[in-house]
Design a protein around this ligand. Structure first.
Ligand code: ZN
Length: 485
């Protein structure tokens, strides 16, 4: 839009020449608004997550459920009319939770509600019975000498606090992934952690033990928050506390899984450029994977379907990827980045959904500085949904990490996570935790910005590749930023 602020003809010309074109053409903005408003009334996202959770259910990597989920996704994408529906093979671990018994045997015997963490080895048939050594942080654990921990069970008692941003999960999940390596180096027989979750129900939160794919050598077990309170109480009484653990967790041979891909083809000269939409198809085994990540699968698929049905093909190709095995160690995401390395610069932006079905409250980004005006203009389309403009330091969804590190810019919509970590990775991750209106508000936000990204001339620049080695469990890497500034 030209701003006529001048009186004399000569200065008027100068002023109009200096004014830049609007970052989003009016017709594209109008269509994005239309799709946004339509999404609020739509039912496809809910139907998708309902079908995935009710007909497939739990789908941990390598399991029969995982294979059923791949089949479900292929059929679903073909049925919805996406183009180029295909799978790309991913090699995945196959871990089995087995049975677990965790009991305090002294001083005040009680059974504990607990669960094995993903990738944990089991115990011998007789189990492990040993004294508890309680710490509250990885630093405290690192400071223990071998004499103190050898032959005992390390108990890491760090409580995750709920918040809208879910900020506490980073530290809590790092304790889950790193505590057992540090404890094993000091001779511990097993690790117990307070769950990386904010719930008050009596379910323990599972999650992966693996960091950089390095196998765990001692059992790692999570306690429900209430049971961690119980154990902490007994430890703080000052007498030795002994716990017995028996677990049949184990690995089976590795299996084949797949990333499932479908497209809304672009048209014209930008058709070979890709707007990448991501969610992960796998889930943990305890619940039915409704919020993690059935909701994400539903949101990004609904977005692609709405644009497919909108009447005109987008200018850029919208590629929907449902990734394999996010939960253990991002196998599907790593494989995708490997397979598509040569086409990295065609991936002009990535947008993923992997924090549940809560209402979207912020648009964050990690794009070139020169593209910030464009993201600000996209944000204006989301203001009626109550979405704030966040910073330009987003990591994006975990599955986008390998592509982002290789220079792909990302957009990230933050879902309200105040309740997400009550249910995340527990038996309580089921469909009834999803509110249809909140889910649709998310679809509305995603579809508006996806439509714009796929239909404008401008792009989002490129990021400087992040060539650092993966984060280790060293103290120096405790403060690691997912992307250097
Ligand atoms: Zn997830």
């Amino acid at each position: 839009m030209l701003k006529i602020l001048c009186g004399l003809a000569a200065s008027c010309l100068l002023a109009t020449a200096a004014v830049q074109a609007e970052p989003i053409p009016a017709d594209v903005a109008a269509k994005a608004k239309l799709l946004r408003d339509q999404a609020l009334q739509d039912s496809i996202a809910y139907e998708l997550v309902e079908s995935l959770t009710m007909e497939v259910g739990p789908r941990p990597a390598g399991s029969a459920g995982d294979k059923a989920a791949v089949e479900w996704a292929v059929q679903m994408m073909a049925g919805l009319g996406f183009a180029n529906v295909r799978t790309e093979e991913v090699d995945v671990p196959h871990w089995v939770r087995g049975d677990l018994a965790a009991d305090i045997v002294a001083p005040y015997p009680q059974s504990l509600h607990a669960t094995s963490l993903g990738g944990s080895p089991g115990t011998s048939v007789d189990g492990i019975e040993a004294e508890i050594v309680r710490v509250t942080s990885l630093d405290e654990l690192r400071a223990l000498d071998k004499e103190k921990l050898s032959g005992r069970i390390a108990y890491i008692d760090h409580r995750m606090e709920p918040s809208r941003s879910g900020a506490g999960y980073s530290a809590a999940s790092r304790i889950r992934r790193c505590g057992h390596y540090i404890a094993a180096e000091r001779g511990a027989l097993a690790t117990l952690i307070r769950s990386a979750g904010t719930s008050h129900h009596r379910f323990a939160h599972t999650g992966s033990l693996l960091n950089r794919g390095i196998p765990a050598t001692i059992p790692g077990i999570a306690l429900a928050n209430a049971d961690a309170d119980l154990l902490t109480y007994q430890v703080l009484q000052g007498q030795p506390v002994n716990v017995r653990l028996k677990s049949t967790a184990h690995f089976l041979p590795r299996e084949k899984s797949a990333n499932v891909i479908g497209e809304v083809p672009g048209r014209g000269e930008l058709a070979n450029e890709i707007v990448l939409l991501a969610a992960h198809l796998d889930s943990w085994d305890l619940g039915t994977g409704a919020i993690d990540d059935g909701a994400g699968v539903a949101i990004v698929t609904a977005v692609a379907k709405m644009i497919l049905d909108s009447g005109t093909a987008p200018r850029r190709t919208i590629r929907l990827v449902l990734f394999a095995n996010e939960e253990f160690d991002l196998d599907g995401a790593e494989q995708y980045a490997k397979n598509h390395r040569a086409a990295i610069t065609n991936h002009i932006i990535g947008l993923g959904a992997d924090t549940g079905a809560g209402r979207v409250w912020s648009l964050r980004s990690r794009v070139a500085e020169s593209s910030l005006d464009l993201v600000d203009a996209m944000h204006e389309l989301l203001e009626p949904l109550g979405v704030e403009r966040g910073d330009n330091r987003a990591s994006g969804a975990p599955d986008l990490g390998p592509m982002r590190k290789a220079s792909m810019p990302v957009l990230s919509l933050s879902h309200d996570a105040s309740k997400y970590f009550h249910f995340h990775h527990t038996a309580d991750d089921t469909l009834d935790k999803i509110d249809r209106d909140d889910l649709n508000q998310g679809v509305a936000a995603y579809v508006a910005i996806t439509y714009v990204a796929a239909n404008i001339d401008a792009d989002f620049g490129r990021l400087t590749p992040d060539t650092r080695a993966k984060r280790s469990c060293s103290a120096e890497d405790d403060t690691w930023k997912s992307f250097p500034d």
